[in-house]
Write a protein that binds this ligand. Structure first.
Ligand SMILES: [Zn+2]
Length: 257
């Protein structure tokens, strides 16, 4: 591969003179790759080649617009990267949602989509303060990217000690840490002292950041260490996304009592 998927994404943005948030349907029109919404049973999105012409199919019942955008941008990746070209791709929700999955092509298309929709250079300009869920929500709304994909991009870009964790059915599904986050986040069943576990027991999640004992989330930490936890539920998906950060001296937030 001559370039990385992110470099291909930047090339396409440059070729199309794009800056800031991207309208994926306008891009599809410019690329002459029509997008059809269909009731696909097993797939989230497909890139098909028919008689030398590409078309994208996207599952009509995807519940979030941001996720549709990401799926279409993912298919642009299969369309645009030369070593993917001219192949038909049928991409499952796992292929598109999974972070660091098994398929090289699917991971490359995900990396392409993430950079195409929200380039790192633009994100760096947005990250002027310590990232929290409010900042991630704002960027996600501005760029039409999902909360999880935005959170991952933020964590990968920031210098601050933060980590993002996705949980499903009371278990940690994946973790992404920033370079400066000092602890290893536990996998497996969520600890009873986390706030995230409350969602799976049918309780409301706090609306604000909360202090939590670091041992609830991390291995190899002393009992005195605290973290700040912000958890948000994705009711329709049955998942919780948590942003963990190491408190700064001037942080003010709640405590588990
Ligand atoms: Zn794919």
């Amino acid at each position: 591969m001559a370039l990385s998927p992110s470099q291909y994404a930047r090339n396409l943005r440059f070729q199309l003179s794009l800056s800031g948030p991207v309208d994926v349907m306008a891009v599809a029109h410019t690329l002459s790759v029509p997008v059809y919404e269909e009731e696909l049973d097993r797939f989230e999105g497909c890139l098909l080649w028919v008689g030398g012409n590409a078309r994208i199919l996207v599952r009509a019942s995807i519940p979030y617009e941001t996720r549709k955008n990401f799926t279409i941008a993912h298919e642009f990746g299969h369309f645009y990267m030369p070593h993917h070209k001219r192949n038909t791709f049928s991409c499952t929700a796992e292929d598109i949602a999974r972070y660091c999955g098994d398929s090289v092509y699917e991971n490359e298309a995900n990396e392409f989509a993430a950079e195409f929709l929200l380039p790192r250079s633009e994100l760096e300009k947005q990250l002027v303060s310590t990232p929290d869920i409010a900042v991630i929500r704002e960027i996600s709304a501005q760029y039409g990217t999902s909360l999880t994909s935005t959170a991952i991009r933020v964590v990968e870009t920031t210098c601050e000690p933060v980590a993002v964790v996705l949980s499903e059915a009371s278990k940690v599904r994946w973790v992404v840490r920033s370079r400066s986050f000092p602890f290893r986040v536990k996998t497996g069943v969520l600890h009873e002292w986390t706030y995230a576990i409350d969602y799976f027991s049918g309780k409301e999640l706090p609306g604000d950041p909360q202090h939590v004992v670091a041992t609830a989330w991390c291995d190899g930490v002393s009992r005195e260490n605290l973290l700040i936890e912000e958890s948000v539920a994705f009711g329709r998906l049955g998942m919780v996304m948590t942003l963990l950060r190491v408190p700064a001296d001037d942080d003010v937030c709640g405590n588990r009592s």
